[in-house]
Ligand binder design. Structure first.
Ligand code: SF4
Length: 649
């Protein structure tokens, strides 16, 4: 059960229905030219799905504090209609919503805006690739006033609370840390003076918002940056915030510049709760046990959240990405159907990786996220019947979407099991949750009454069968592409699919040709094998891991390096000999890479043999996923195509 989680609570004067907070996410919906319609629909869906309190993505208190071009600005009247609409939509669903007051400081991504980032000191940031201008005394007072004005505005726009963003290395966190605050005036020099500005901001915000308006503070439990604030300083700051009347502390971890992974799939869930528990302990020791503490980062299942709450060390759990993956996660769990929850994979591909650019945030496993208005939850006027051919991620999403529109759907999968490429991915360390996605789809298709045929490869002889449907979705995926390299038979050679199905049998020295995401995954899988392998990744191009998301690539590559995986780029494949693979380097010098087995992860071809037959038979169809586009197999694109196809058919 979820007894601890589903208990009502109070954050200051605000009553909330349960202990699940939806954490702030910048969505790139905030400044769309639609009057806030998409933003409101996004938040309304999460309120309807049971989030106890929703915290909006950061709303910048001044233009130079914006995280990027798509940020909402609470103090700009042009943004008020959208912000008001979002709050109203949440209230209509019975939810609660806090506006996050945000200033990026030296993390502001301001290229092309005419603004310059500001910060406590001119310390270069690797994240924004900028050196901020040092804030003057006047800047400091004006910025505190900007936060205060933002809070009063949020209240006037209908918000239930505000959260001051003070973690993840943004402006207020920059003032706290000796790494970024080198001042020797009243705002820096020792821990107490470094705390002064964030405390001043809280004071100004509370005064502007009024005593009965809860002000949460997102505090950094650990910066994970060498030389930054100590645990004692963090504790002292938390206590000072409590003494200033903060309504709750939301504990984040890790700066964007940190070299410690915090939100990637390889980070064990629940890893960061101890930092929130430490904050709670410090508050209790200082006589503030009543200030609620919220843990966040890398909790992707309500079962984990429930356990954390039962442990008694924290009061609320904040989950962000899991609400992209499944807006109804709380509602499904409270209805006793946790198996129907679509679990967040922590892949970051459609969310975090996009949030630093301008593309709309969505979700690999739930492409409707961020597109709630484009794909309304409705029943089609005329129920039709469709065949979905292929049970990989694209086929699964197409079948789910068609069935939820009220159509009759049959899915045909050649393998004995659903999942397609996800069946390979789930074997990789940190990607086990890809198996949860397949289980979710299986449960969802069963609930929706989709007839699933496993071990049923449709061929040309099945066209008469397909004629019995009103249309089809071709989601037949890909076949591995084999490189043009002589000497095949002299050594053991396998496709990546074959290697995934028997990783233990590859011998000691394995050369992986191709350095895209699949080759990297396979290398990662082999590093975890019980028998040690010597693995070499060889790529013609210049970069290993092309196509992987920027927030994930560096983590996985550094893990591979620490396991001794060798990476060779910019070479030509010459020949396979009995000893290994001969490659030519740019200057023409040849070298032999010794191998017992060579695996081809050199791309893939679209599998679409049925297409001409469907055309001839005049059966309407859509092609989705790898069968549509095999370049750099992209599951985000695949599921998004599938959803769109279901609504177009
Ligand atoms: Fe989670 Fe990946 Fe979806 Fe982001 S895109 S919410 S990380 S499953």
């Amino acid at each position: 059960g979820f007894d601890s989680l589903l208990r009502p609570g109070a954050i200051g004067s605000l009553r909330v229905a349960n202990r699940v907070v939806m954490g702030a996410m910048h969505l790139n919906l905030e400044t769309l030219d639609d009057g806030g319609a998409a933003l409101a629909a996004f938040y309304a869906a999460r309120a309807r799905g049971g989030a106890g309190l929703i915290v909006t993505g950061g709303s910048a208190v001044s233009p130079e504090g914006a995280g990027g071009p798509g940020y909402s600005m609470v103090n700009d009247p042009a943004h008020h209609p959208a912000l008001r609409r979002a709050a109203g939509a949440v209230h209509e669903e019975g939810g609660r919503i806090a506006l996050q007051l945000f200033h990026a400081g030296r993390y502001a991504l301001l290229a092309g805006t005419g603004h310059t980032p500001v910060g406590p000191s001119p310390v270069y940031s690797r994240f924004s690739r900028a050196t901020p201008r040092e804030m003057t005394e006047a800047d400091i007072h004006r910025t505190a006033a900007d936060f205060a004005r933002g809070a009063a505005t949020a209240r006037a726009l209908g918000y239930d609370a505000v959260e001051i963003m003070g973690s993840e290395g943004y402006l207020l966190n920059q003032f706290l840390s000796p790494v970024t605050n080198e001042r020797t005036d009243a705002w820096g020099g020792d821990p107490e003076r470094r705390r002064r500005f964030p405390l001043e901001v809280l004071r100004a915000v509370r005064e502007a918002a009024g005593d009965d308006f809860p002000v949460l503070f997102r505090v950094s439990g650990a910066d994970l940056v060498p030389g930054s604030s100590t645990q004692e300083e963090t504790d002292a700051f938390a206590v000072a915030l409590a003494e200033e009347g903060v309504a709750a502390l939301d504990v984040g971890v890790g700066w964007h510049e940190s070299r410690v992974p915090t939100v990637q799939a390889t980070v064990p869930p629940g890893s960061w709760a101890p930092y929130a528990e430490a904050v709670k302990k410090a508050l209790c020791a200082a006589g503030h046990p009543d200030v609620p503490v919220i843990t966040s980062n890398r909790v992707n299942r309500l079962e984990q959240a429930e356990n954390l709450l039962r442990g008694g060390g924290i009061d609320y759990v904040s989950m962000a990405r899991p609400f992209l993956a499944d807006p109804d996660l709380v509602a499904k769990s409270s209805a006793g159907r946790p198996e129907l929850v679509n679990v967040c994979l922590a892949c970051n591909e459609a969310c975090i990786d996009r949030s630093f650019g301008e593309e709309r945030v969505s979700c690999l496993v739930n492409p409707r996220a961020g597109h709630e208005l484009d794909f309304p939850e409705r029943r089609a006027r005329h129920g039709r019947s469709y065949a979905v051919i292929g049970g990989g991620p694209a086929g699964l999403e197409a079948a789910r979407a068609l069935a939820s529109l009220g159509h009759e759907v049959e899915l045909f999968e050649a393998a004995g099991e659903l999942g397609g490429q996800f069946r390979l991915a789930r074997q990789v360390p940190g990607k086990e949750d890809f198996g949860a996605t397949v289980r979710y789809y299986a449960a969802e298709l069963a609930r929706l009454g989709v007839r699933v045929h496993l071990g049923r490869r449709l061929g040309l002889g099945d066209v008469p069968l397909l004629r019995g449907f009103d249309g089809a979705v071709l989601a037949t995926g890909v076949q591995p592409r084999l490189p043009d390299i002589p000497g095949w038979t002299r050594l053991r050679t396998l496709t990546y699919q074959e290697a995934f199905s028997a990783p233990e049998e590859l011998g000691e020295r394995v050369v992986l040709l191709g350095g895209g995401g699949i080759a990297v995954d396979l290398a990662h899988l082999l590093t975890g094998a019980s028998r040690p392998h010597h693995i070499t990744l060889v790529r013609r191009g210049a970069r290993i891991g092309v196509g992987m998301g920027p927030s994930t690539r560096w983590v996985i590559l550094s893990q591979l390096r620490s396991h001794g995986v060798e990476m060779i780029t910019g070479v030509h494949y010459r020949e396979i000999t009995a000893e290994g693979v001969v490659v030519a380097e740019a200057e023409g010098a040849e070298r032999l890479i010794p191998a017992d087995a060579v695996v081809f992860a050199t791309g893939q071809e679209r599998e679409r043999t049925l297409m001409p037959a469907l055309d001839r038979a005049g059966i309407p169809y859509e092609v989705v996923g790898g069968a549509q586009n095999a370049e750099g197999l992209n599951a985000v694109r695949a599921t998004a195509q599938a959803l769109r196809a279901a609504h177009q058919l």
